[in-house]
Design a protein around this ligand. Structure first.
Ligand code: FES
Length: 204
């Protein structure tokens, strides 16, 4: 089921991005054949986008993405872009003040919004930051930085929350602009306050 959703989502991407993805796959295959020794941690195993993946990328029907994330309580990850799509609540006044201008809003009154977090580059030293289903946080395996489900810093050596991309909803579609990366919120932000909901996936 998850595979089908992922496949469907890839088919929805704009043609120019799909061609770019094929290039990454080819480069990745060649690299894997030549290398195979230098990957030091899980964080660095994650695919990374090249310089060509840029501009506005249509990531799918905004409402369908929202419902899938909420139903499965898991961000939707777009490996080719290093993006994790999460939901947020624009009806929350503090959240709206901090995120309203640059993050996608589906319906402000109903509190439906989406964010495109950069989950492949931890603001500390650049490791990938996987999602931890049990805690419902992003947790960096390299040095233990943690971020709540909105990418806000909650602990560890990282200097701020996860960076993210400008995103918006257009004609019902969720679009992220990979050419416009936003610096993550300050450590003190935590406006969407979310406590861990279970055991952590990494040692503190
Ligand atoms: S790279 Fe993530 S905590 Fe150091």
């Amino acid at each position: 089921m998850a595979d089908q959703k992922e496949q469907r989502r890839r088919l929805e991407l704009k043609p120019v991005e799909r061609r770019t993805f094929l290039r990454y796959s080819l480069i990745g295959s060649v690299s894997a054949g030549l290398g195979g020794f230098a990957l030091a941690s899980l964080g660095f195993l994650w695919p990374r986008p090249g310089d060509e993946l840029a501009g506005e990328v249509d990531l799918g029907d905004a409402m369908e993405l929202y419902e899938e994330i909420e139903d499965e309580r898991t961000p939707i990850r777009i490996p080719e872009g290093g993006i994790s799509i999460v939901t947020w609540d624009p009806s929350d006044e503090s959240a709206m003040t901090l995120y309203g201008q640059d993050h996608a809003i589906i319906d402000e009154a109903e509190g439906l919004g989406l964010m495109a977090l950069n989950s492949q580059d931890c603001p500390h030293l650049g490791c990938g930051v996987p999602w931890c289903q049990s805690s419902q946080w992003f947790e960096c395996p390299c040095h233990g930085s943690r971020y709540n489900r909105y990418g806000e810093w909650t602990g560890g050596p990282a200097p701020r929350g996860l960076d993210r991309y400008v995103s918006f909803v257009e004609d019902g579609r969720f679009v992220a602009n990979l050419s416009e990366e936003l610096t993550g919120p300050a450590r003190t932000a935590n406006v969407l306050e979310q406590s861990p909901e279970g055991p952590s996936c990494v040692d503190a």
